[in-house]
Structure formats: structure tokens, C-alpha cells
Write a protein that binds this ligand. Structure first.
Ligand SMILES: *Cc1c(COP(=O)(O)O)cnc(C)c1O
Length: 410
């Protein structure tokens, strides 16, 4: 049983956490990298250089001279090894929501005769909203919302075109059994689209090895690309030639600067670009991804499992009887890089923790959500965070009125 901060520090020897590579404020334990990752060092400077040297001084010439035109592809090439993909099968563009629209729309059209999109009950809202928005386009399809327990049966039905699933549940941190879902879906001929917003950069994602069909993810959570940074998508290379981007903008054209009347899609995933890429946001993602250059998805996953298991062990040992309930799966194979704790005053508890420099977040109705980004969180940070939690709950600091005022973004 681990019982001291020194024991925690001993677990960090030979670890992969490199907090010094991130521009994190002093004295903060940042457990919200699953919502907005912090900037790796150099990213803020890079944004400034792109704005000043490339845009202000270089003007239009920077599309060629600074290779802005190649930046989406260079960024995709940095994401690819983190998700078990070949660079040409990844594209970086738009938001995760828009990428979902493009891929699910393309799948519905390509899979003639199969009209159902399966989504998970309680899944991330944007996945369900986008699927419903698409299905509402005349005659395109329908959405079936399925309980998690029924997924394996429901995805095997012959009318299912594609099943859209978040690999890690944003509220509980539950991680899907990829092999079971994929085998069930493929047994009935359905495609699987993984939303990896809470996985890439923290877990062992292996899209090619999983036998996945399609995937999307954001870059501003565990990939640290910055608020609202462009999303990424992945298309299985066997499917790409048959898929048409429903937002067939000129940047998805094979040769946009031919200005041709006829649309000829770019090869591979690049056809799923739409309009002119937002270079400032993209430059931040590209620079941020350098922080993963010397680590594998398997190493990230092992570290995430160790951190989250340690957090659960400490909460049980140090916060027993203080009204917390572990809401995440106990088996690390079934858990993402996140631990969710239930508490009737979860919102106020989170606010009181933030006041002590431990930044997590709240998800309604009663979840304290703590994210453990393996590139900058160490076991000593877990120790410090759980001690702060224990202190808040034993002193009832969260009962102070200032911690109950709800703000817009929780
Ligand atoms: C964060 C998140 C998104 C974000 O979508 P945006 O279009 O970038 O706002 C989508 N899906 C899941 C599962 C997420 O966790």
C-alpha cells in the first residue's frame, strides 16, 4: 500500500512524464488536459512567429515560402504514428463535429441499402446531434440510439451502415472493448467509426490493427493543440476511393490551383478537407505534436493506466468515508486516461479544488472528472491532487458560497 509522497515519486523514476516540456503555471496540478491541453513550450512563440514573420512580413508568399499549403499534410503525418495510421490516411481539417458530418455522410451514401446509423445512448452529444442532422436530410438515413449493453447485438443488424462510438466515454471514462464491437459490427457488414477525442495522445490507439473503418478526433484535448484547434480524421485506405466528401470544397480537390470546373478528389483522406486551412490554429497543433516525438501510444497507455489506477487506490485509501464514489471502471483495460468520482456537490468540490491549484472539471449531474495526461502528469501530482481533495472534503471548504456559483463553461 502506497502511503507517502516519496512512494509516489519512486513510481515516477523512468516514467515518460515530461512536465518541463509544457508551459504550465507554477503550483498547478492540471487534471483537465482531457478538456483543454496546456501548450507545450515553444507553441506560443511559434504562433507569434507565424503571425509576425510569415503572415505580416511574408504575406501571400508564405503559402509557398513557409509551406502553409503543406501544413495540413505535415500535421497529419505527426498524428498518424499516435493512432496507428499511415500518414496518407489521416487528414487535419475543420472541427470534430464537421468531420463527423463528412464521414458519416460519405458512409451513408457509399453504403447503399444500409440506412441506419447506430449511436450510443448517453454518448457525447455532438456525435448524436450530427448523426440526427444528417439523417434529417431527405431520405439519407435514420439514427438508432442504442444502450451500451445492447451494442454488440444491435450493431450486427443488416440495415446498419455505420456505428459511431466514442472510444472513451467523456463522463465515466469507460473505454470500449474495441475487438468485441468491431467483430460484432463486421459480422453484420456494418462499418465502425471511432471518435477518439479522449484517446489520441493518451491511449494505445491502433486504427489499422483494430480493423477500424473510419475515425475522428480533436486536437485540443490530449494532443494540446490549443482551444478550438482543427480536428483530424482517418479513413481506411480500402474505403477512401469509394467515399465522396459531402462538403466537397476546393481544398479536397486533387489540384485545387487548377481551378477546374470538375471536382476530382485528392487521394486518400486528403479528399476530406473542405476549405482553406486556418493556418494559425494548425501551426499550433503542428508545433504541439513535437512533444510526442519520442513516445509510443503503448507507452502513453501504460502510463495512463498506472496514473489512473494509483488515483483510484489513493482516493479509496485517503478519502474513505468522505462521500465519494468511484464512477470509472476498476479494470484499467476498460478505462481511459480519466477517473470520474461521484459526489452530490461535485460542482462545488471542483471549484474548491481549483482554488487549491488542482484543476479538474465537473460533468452533470454529480461527476468530478479528473484527466491524467501521461506526458505531463506524474504520480506525485496524483498524490498532491488526492491530498487536496481530502483536505477540501474534511474541511468542507467546498461549502463556501463562492464555490457554488455556476459559470457558463464548466
Ligand atoms: C471533445 C469532443 C468532441 C468535440 O467536438 P468539436 O467539434 O471539436 O467541438 C467530439 N466528440 C467527443 C467524443 C469529444 O469528447
Amino acid at each position: 500500500m502506497t502511503s507517502s509522497r516519496d512512494d509516489a515519486a519512486a513510481r515516477d523514476v523512468d516514467g515518460i512524464a515530461r512536465p518541463a516540456r509544457f508551459a504550465l503555471p507554477d503550483g498547478v496540478v492540471y487534471l483537465d488536459g482531457n478538456s483543454l491541453g496546456p501548450p507545450p513550450r515553444g507553441v506560443v512563440e511559434r504562433i507569434h512567429a507565424v503571425a509576425a514573420d510569415e503572415w505580416r512580413d511574408g504575406l501571400i508568399g508564405s503559402w509557398n515560402d513557409a509551406d502553409w499549403v503543406g501544413l495540413p499534410g505535415r500535421t497529419a503525418a505527426r498524428i498518424a504514428p499516435l493512432v496507428g495510421a499511415a500518414p496518407g490516411d489521416v487528414a487535419v481539417a475543420d472541427s470534430t463535429s464537421v468531420n463527423l458530418f463528412k464521414l458519416v455522410g460519405a458512409a451513408l451514401v457509399a453504403r447503399r441499402g444500409r440506412t441506419t446509423v447506430v449511436v450510443e445512448d448517453g454518448g457525447f452529444p455532438t456525435d448524436t446531434y450530427v448523426a440526427r442532422g444528417l439523417a434529417g436530410l431527405r431520405g439519407l438515413g435514420e439514427v438508432r440510439v442504442v444502450a451500451t449493453a445492447d451494442l454488440v447485438d444491435e450493431v450486427a443488424r443488416p440495415d446498419v451502415a455505420v456505428v459511431v462510438l466514442a472510444h472513451v466515454d467523456y463522463r465515466s471514462g469507460r473505454r470500449h472493448d474495441v475487438d468485441a464491437v468491431t467483430a460484432a459490427a463486421h459480422s453484420g457488414g456494418a462499418w465502425v467509426l471511432w471518435d477518439l477525442s479522449h484517446s489520441a495522445g493518451a491511449l494505445d490507439v491502433d486504427l489499422a490493427g483494430w480493423g477500424a473503418d473510419l475515425a475522428v478526433g480533436c486536437t485540443y484535448k490530449f494532443l494540446n493543440g490549443g482551444p478550438g484547434a482543427p480536428g483530424w480524421l482517418w479513413v481506411h485506405p480500402d474505403h477512401a476511393p469509394d467515399l465522396r466528401n459531402p462538403v466537397a470544397g476546393w481544398f479536397g480537390h486533387a489540384r485545387p490551383f487548377d481551378f477546374a470546373d470538375e471536382y476530382v478528389p485528392a487521394p486518400g483522406a486528403a479528399r476530406f478537407a473542405a476549405g482553406t486551412p486556418g493556418i494559425l490554429g494548425l501551426a499550433a497543433v503542428h508545433e504541439a505534436l513535437a512533444v510526442f516525438g519520442d513516445v509510443t501510444p503503448g507507452e502513453l497507455d501504460a502510463a495512463a493506466r498506472s496514473l489512473t489506477s494509483y488515483a483510484i487506490e489513493l482516493v479509496e485509501a485517503r478519502c474513505a468515508g468522505l462521500g465519494l464514489e468511484i464512477a470509472s471502471p476498476r479494470d484499467p483495460a476498460h478505462r481511459g486516461a480519466q477517473v470520474s468520482l461521484r459526489h452530490p456537490e461535485a460542482y462545488a468540490v471542483v471549484q474548491a479544488l481549483i482554488a487549491r491549484g488542482v484543476v479538474g472539471d465537473h460533468r452533470p449531474p454529480d461527476v468530478v472528472r479528473l484527466g491524467f495526461a501521461p506526458r505531463y502528469i506524474r504520480h506525485v501530482d496524483v498524490w498532491d491532487a488526492v491530498e487536496a481533495l481530502r483536505d477540501v472534503l474534511t474541511s468542507q471548504a467546498h461549502r463556501a458560497p463562492e464555490f457554488r456559483r455556476q459559470r457558463t463553461v464548466i
